[in-house]
Ligand binder design. Structure first.
Ligand code: M6R
Length: 603
């Protein structure tokens, strides 16, 4: 997590540009921030706890004309998020900002203390700073000192480094944390993500692991670990800076919820016009493992259901951070599908690397173009959902589900499991899905009404069966992460095995029953909660609109009926909307919920 940006320029606006860029990285962490900038008085460091606006407040009282700056927005790992622990850190001749974790910092700290280094903070980053300073004292060679220090570091890092005696040059390197270089006519950048620099340039290079970069205001030089100069491809970003703005919506989350009709329709259109799955031979594998974290793992649960139920392929979902504990199950006949919006999630990267070591074939379902996962998998299927800024994923999740639908459909076609008529029916439905998503979004008043009913409660339960059970997990996560309301998701049939003891007068229960074959059973389970006093919200499809809901439902959400390849998306959108409205009523910081970060680059 954490976002970093460095900018060295022929002008004197490096602070303004670095802060503007940092704001676009705030989604990566936002518990403290800081900047180091070069001026006539030398290198000035300003830090602040809390959001970047606090840092701006401090900077507004200073003279900040500067031609080189490095800045950082933090998601604390080592040490509380106060001003002391905020980056940049400075030791000896070195000032740096860091995204990642130096796992062996404790032993390095001891080694440095024996060499009389003293430490003021609780951070691993201060130790890294001191270690580079120590290496520099041995070699008096700036790049060599960074190479030597990095050989000692275990863990992950993206660094922007300034040497005291060369304050307009930024040195950069990375391992397991993202970093790109950006080029403009008046200066050059190194940043965690292209979004930080898009307002100034669309020309960038990806930094590969083991590369060391020297950045001046006119030249960027790439070196390998032997410090031989190497070339780097300059790419042109096709995203446009307005994709990183709210464009009239109150929150990024709301904007991204409303982008789903187009994002999902595009995925199905692409599949039917230009399916690129011909190189995936599902019969070559004896099993499918699907591995991801958080909402991506919830999308994986829907994917598993579709692959098993429709394509008749056994599939197993594992949380990425647990995958290494079942490594004996991974063989060259395993198809691993990793799912990640950011493409930078450390746990998921570790899982994919393990599977590749074991000879498995790895497919990635990824949103962020050029991200680590997209580059390391054998085959990347992009969701092309566009930048997702809100920490709580919405279009990221639904686009992953849509890609799973297309994978399951492709596997069914490969196995001749569909008649021509079935193929046509599914195709017609999916090529017109946008209308049903639009209709789902148009029920905003219903979602607000339900939010009004539930927002003052402390606990809430989601229940469903089959594919609805998987969507319940996402609905529950969405609600808790942005509204801070405790909620749990249960398979509807499981509630009575213990958890039903938590239902008391007024406890909200959101029950989902979109699968016709499971409808009656889910209705029975809601009735069991109603009999114990629950406030029941029943989510179903318009196929059941004439059903008598009065005896067990206090409120209903009636969604358009579609097939299982798209129904979870409609349900998820309704639940995202309820979570959004609830968080708003609870006055929560919707786009930046407490304690979270968008890109989880530590294990
Ligand atoms: O970038 P990824 O899809 O790999 O991220 C995985 C999770 O960290 C992410 O889905 C997280 O659970 C979100 N906060 C959910 O809204």
């Amino acid at each position: 997590m954490c976002g970093i940006i460095g900018y060295t320029t022929k002008k004197n606006n490096s602070v303004d540009v670095a802060i503007a860029g940092l704001k676009n990285l705030e989604y990566r962490g936002y518990d403290s921030s800081g900047i180091a900038f070069n001026s006539n008085e030398g290198l000035t460091i300003v830090k602040s706890a809390g959001k970047i606006s606090n840092l701006e407040e401090k900077l507004s009282k200073l003279s900040t004309a500067s031609n080189c700056a490095i800045a950082h927005t933090r998601w604390a790992t080592h040490g509380e998020p106060n001003e002391t622990n905020a980056h940049p850190h400075r030791v000896g001749k070195i000032t740096l900002v860091h995204n990642g974790i130096i796992e062996n910092y404790a032993s390095l700290k001891k080694e440095l203390q024996e060499k009389n280094y003293e430490f003021k903070t609780e951070t691993d980053t201060e130790v890294a700073t001191a270690y580079i300073d120590y290496c520099y004292s041995l070699t008096n060679n700036k790049l060599q000192a960074i190479v030597d220090a990095c050989k000692k570091f275990r863990g992950s890092y993206a660094f922007n480094i300034i040497y005291e005696d060369e304050p307009t040059t930024i040195y950069a390197t990375r391992k397991d944390s993202p970093l790109v270089v950006g080029y403009s006519d008046v200066g050059n950048f190194a940043a965690s993500d292209i979004s930080a620099i898009l307002n100034y340039t669309n020309r960038y290079s990806l930094i590969d692991e083991g590369e060391f970069i020297k950045i001046t205001n006119s030249v960027v030089t790439f070196y390998n670990k032997d410090l031989q100069e190497i070339s780097s491809e300059v790419k042109t970003a096709t995203w446009d800076a307005t994709q990183y703005q709210k464009n009239g919506f109150d929150h990024f989350m709301l904007k991204e919820i409303n982008e789903q009709p187009k994002v999902i329709q595009d995925i199905f259109n692409r599949y039917y016009t230009n399916c690129t799955y011909s190189d995936i031979d599902f019969s070559a594998f004896d099993k499918i493992h699907i591995v991801a974290c958080g909402s991506a793992m919830h999308a994986a649960l829907v994917g598993k259901y579709l692959l098993q139920t429709y394509a008749k392929i056994p599939a197993m979902v594992e949380i990425a951070s647990e995958y290494r504990y079942i490594e004996e199950l991974i063989t060259p006949k395993t198809l691993l599908i990793v799912v990640s919006q950011s493409g930078e999630t450390a746990d998921t990267i570790a899982a994919l690397r393990l599977a590749k070591e074991k000879g498995a074939y790895v497919i990635g379902i990824v949103n962020a173009v050029g991200s680590t996962i997209s580059r390391e998998v054998d085959k990347c299927i992009y969701t092309y959902a566009g930048p997702e800024i809100a920490v709580a994923t919405t279009k990221g999740y639904s686009s992953q589900v849509a890609v799973f639908s297309t994978l399951a459909l492709n596997a069914m076609e490969q196995k001749n499991l569909l008649t021509d008529e079935e193929t046509n029916n599914i195709k017609n439905e999916l090529l017109n899905i946008k209308d049903k998503i639009d209709y789902t979004l148009a029920q905003a008043n219903t979602y607000l009404d339900i939010a009004n009913d539930i927002y003052s409660h402390n606990d809430l339960f989601f229940i469903g069966r089959g594919i609805d059970s998987a969507v319940c997990m996402e609905g529950s996560l969405k609600l808790k992460e942005i509204s801070y309301m405790h909620s749990e998701s249960y398979s509807a049939g499981e509630l009575k095995h213990g958890t039903i003891s938590l239902i008391e007068e007024g406890t909200p229960v959101i029950a989902i029953a979109t699968d016709n074959s499971l409808f009656e059973k889910t209705v029975s389970n809601v009735k069991e909660t109603k009999a114990r006093g629950s406030y029941s919200i029943f989510v179903t499809t318009d196929e059941h609109k004439d059903y008598n809901f009065d005896e067990f439902a206090d409120k209903t959400i009636i969604l358009p009926k579609t097939n299982d390849f798209a129904q979870p998306i409609l349900t998820a959108i309704a639940l995202q909307s309820v979570a959004y409205e609830t968080a708003k009523l609870r006055n929560c910081d919707i786009d930046k919920p407490r304690n979270l970060a968008k890109s989880v680059t530590v294990e």
